[in-house]
Design a protein around this ligand. Sequence first.
Ligand code: SF4
Ligand code: SF4
Length: 441
Amino acid sequence: MPDRSLYDLIRDAGVVGAGGAGFPTHIKFARSPVETLIANGAECEPLIHKDKELMKRFGAQVISGLALTSEWLSSKNLIIGIKAKNRAEVDSLKTSADGRVKFCLMKDIYPAGDEFILVYEATGKLIPPGGIPLEIGCVVVNVETLYNISHAAEGVPVTEKIITISGAVKTPATFMVPIGTAYADCIVLAGGATVGNYAVLSGGAMMGELVTDMSTPVTKTTAGLIVLPVEHQQVVRRSLPPKAVKRIGASCCDQCYRCTELCPRWLLGYQIVPHEVMRSLLFAGGERQKFFSNYSLLCIECNICSLYACPEDLDPKNICTWSKRELFASGVRPDKSRAVKANPMRDGRQVPTKLLTRRLGLAPYDRDAPYTEIEFAPERVRIPLKQHAGSAAVPVVQVGQAVTKGQLVGDIYGDNLGAKVHASISGIVEAVDSFITIRRK
Ligand code: SF4
Ligand code: SF4
């Protein structure tokens, strides 16, 4: 390992949280010691298997990243959260892990990978409302982030992303692709789409976003692409305009309470109460833009309420999300001092992934997506300068300049929250705007 601090190496390599919003990892590591380090391998989105494949194939690198991180954070407890059904992946990790590493074997439920749920399952502790794991002595790091940390320690920056391509494709698979690769190129790698008109759920069927522009590039946080025909129920549902979602929600919610009873955060004891938020929409009227309820503040947008719980096919998740954003924008914050206690009914109300997959209409696409080794450099990559939380990176290359894979193309300055960006292929810089476009040499 080069003679520099892990903090600097991670910052220079542009490592960000690979499992979520792309929070720059070096910022997470600015405080030490941290008693408990938890590796998040509890991937739970239906049809997305990239963490499972990564742990099976690159278990040694994941454990190496875990060991380096635990040393840096002086952590006493090392826990890997992983689904109990993933025996081969547990075995792969155990081959490299020493006796300090404990495994938290989790049920195959959604959303097992939610940070609050994982911390509770691994330690029995609950994070304060609106808080972060550090407040109870924990840091949670996704297994792909640990893999990237092991490379950062060797001076290798983040230029590739492991993603699963599944759904209506000929050969579902998991690949390592250069960051900035267009979705269209990724779909070709999986044998191409098996339907004519399709859209993509990027990141998953529950928390991912609907994408129809196949020139969209893979970023450091893209977990996978689920290709679906445009007439699929999940594509149609996501295409409804917000005005219609509010109008239908205001006129059809019968206050049955099911969305709340199955909300995973409510079951953990947090004050997120979607049926109450729906009630505020009823009072505001569907046509009005302004409605809000403090019961929305702790929503994690997991979509259980909308896509699994609601018998009327309403959209409490989006209603909670819009309400929460309005409240946050006006300065309202959750009450951190409120006591939290898990609901005794929680165990019986968790949502099995298999059942969820069926409910989403994805069972016909529920196939293996094994890791497939490829040598792949696309003709062109478009690398976003902002693919992480915080400020966009500042370009440090010019149009016409030759760059080599791994070269810095976007930098961060001072203590700004952000992450460095590197060339993912060797070639010539074609454009510099909010992306760095590189044409292969
Ligand atoms: S999306 Fe729905 S189920 Fe998920 S946290 Fe928000 S209110 Fe609860
Ligand atoms: S589950 Fe649907 S109908 Fe029932 S309270 Fe929630 S939003 Fe209303």
